[in-house]
Write a protein that binds this ligand. Structure first.
Ligand SMILES: *Cc1c(COP(=O)(O)O)cnc(C)c1O
Length: 387
């Protein structure tokens, strides 16, 4: 890109309906938000449990600020590793049932740190075609050979793992696919990892807090009581947990290795410790208020029953991520704009985020919604379907 070419490329994006722009949120995240100065019913956040604007979480952050200030002041290996971080790591590891955990500033940074810490150009990474961008970018940064397998095609994966002569093999997958809402078959993937002596890296960004009766995420959901050493677990704390950041959990040796080798953890300022305090309050709510997950499941069932007679296919998803496959980018944008005109937010997801011809409306449900909110969305969709 050059300064001249950027202008031309931007107008081309606009013509194709692919230009992206920001909208400004006022006030707190929630079911009802103010976006670009307009009150809207939102199905467009990852705040699956309604915790991002929760008063207990905010109070924990405020109490921590008053005690320890705002900035961490340094990286974790200097003087930035606060007791609030340290205690939260212990608690998060216990919560997901793994020996140790390490906090990262974001989920994106975590994958950019973990994959290069374990892999080099003699390694091979196997990734589901629908994996999140951060998993792809981590593999590229590691300079490992990247083999992308067709979505959930474990026979194909088994074959390719069998052919691999790489010194280190790693299978990386989203646990809940972020644009489809379906789940990766974790026990079967673990079997393949055992069979081919590979790491299994699980990105549970959309599962943590949501999956499992206790909200412990994909490992609880899959009933993996004593996960093996080859398992690496990543969860983000900015989605269901409603705060920010991420953690990677696994064996104590793995965490020790990341402390020594994960560059996106070593060479960056630690997150403000107030965020660790906020995550602590959020964990209390995740563990202590299972009604949030039960309510969310009831909303998911209500939405699925309601979309059955709409013209857009809705792939099977039991998670809060509910896509409606519209087809072309223009049609997806038109549907999202139709909702917007009715003060309802649900984003159109277009290529390159999803494959060509699979542009969609991505509805995300939250425990913050009421059954009436879901009915309001369904009524608007029915109206728009009639044209
Ligand atoms: C959101 C997301 C991430 C990135 O996490 P951040 O903390 O927002 O950087 C990583 N993986 C998946 C699957 C995600 O959906």
């Amino acid at each position: 890109m050059t300064p001249d070419r950027i202008a031309a490329a931007l107008s081309e994006l606009a013509e194709l309906g692919l230009a992206r722009r920001r909208h400004v949120l006022d006030g707190a995240q929630g079911a009802r938000v103010s976006l670009d100065g307009r009150a809207c019913l939102s199905f467009a956040s990852n705040d699956y449990l309604g915790l991002a604007g929760h008063a207990d979480v905010a109070r924990a952050a405020i109490a921590a600020i008053e005690r320890v200030g705002v900035g961490a002041g340094a990286a974790h290996l200097l003087t930035g590793h606060h007791r609030l971080h340290h205690d939260l790591e212990t608690r998060l590891a216990g919560f997901v049932g793994l020996p140790a955990a390490l906090l990262f500033s974001t989920g994106y940074m975590a994958s950019l740190g973990v994959l290069p810490a374990l892999l080099d150009r003699h390694a091979e990474v196997f990734e589901d075609r629908l994996n999140h961008a951060s998993l792809i970018d981590g593999a590229i940064l590691a300079r490992a050979r990247l083999t992308r397998y067709p979505h959930l095609d474990l026979d194909w994966l088994d074959r390719k793992l069998g052919e691999s002569t790489a010194s280190t093999r790693l299978i990386a997958t989203d646990t809940v696919f972020s644009m489809d809402g379906d789940l990766a078959p974790v026990p079967a993937l673990l079997e393949l990892a055992e069979k081919h002596d590979a790491w299994l890296y699980l990105d549970d960004a959309h599962g943590f807090g949501v999956l499992g009766d206790q909200g412990r995420g994909i490992l609880e959901h899959a009933g993996l009581a004593s996960p093996p050493r080859r398992l690496i677990y990543l969860a983000t704390l900015g989605k269901a947990a409603g705060v920010a950041g991420a953690f990677v959990a696994g064996s104590t040796e793995l965490v020790e290795w990341l402390v020594n080798r994960a560059r996106t953890w070593i060479y960056t300022t630690a997150q403000p410790p107030l965020l660790a305090a906020a995550v602590g309050a959020s964990l209390d709510l995740i563990a202590g208020e299972p009604w949030r997950r039960r309510h969310l499941r009831a909303l998911i069932a209500r939405f699925r029953a309601g979309v059955a007679d709409l013209p857009w296919p809705s792939p099977v998803s039991d998670t809060p991520i509910q896509p409606l496959l519209v087809g072309t980018s223009q049609a997806a944008v038109a549907l999202a704009e139709g909702l917007r005109a009715r003060a309802i937010l649900a984003p159109a997801i277009r290529p390159p985020t999803v494959p060509h011809g699979e542009a969609r409306l991505r509805v995300s449900l939250s425990a913050a919604h009421t059954p009436d909110d879901v009915d309001e969305l369904l009524a608007a969709l029915r109206e728009l379907a009639r044209g």
